[in-house]
Design a protein around this ligand. Structure first.
Ligand SMILES: [Zn+2]
Length: 70
């Protein structure tokens, strides 16, 4: 499973593929960012395959910068 951090204020989609990544370890539901739940600042989305995360970015948020984090 991979995770895409959709960040609306910075218009970035950051892909995390390594489960030991500190960003993934710190990932949590917050007031302004949900997990699989779009909030004011965005959301964390999980995908079974990184290709699907890239497809989601291209289809839904092409104006956002895509970052391969880990
Ligand atoms: Zn990462």
């Amino acid at each position: 499973m991979v995770w895409l951090n959709v960040d609306k204020p910075t218009k970035k989609c950051t892909l995390h593929m390594n489960e030991s990544c500190t960003y993934l370890q710190k990932k949590s539901e917050t007031l302004n960012k949900g997990i699989g739940n779009l909030k004011r600042d965005g959301e964390w989305l999980s995908f079974s395959d990184p290709k699907l995360a890239k497809l989601y970015h291209q289809s839904n948020l092409p104006e956002y910068e895509f970052i391969d984090h880990c």
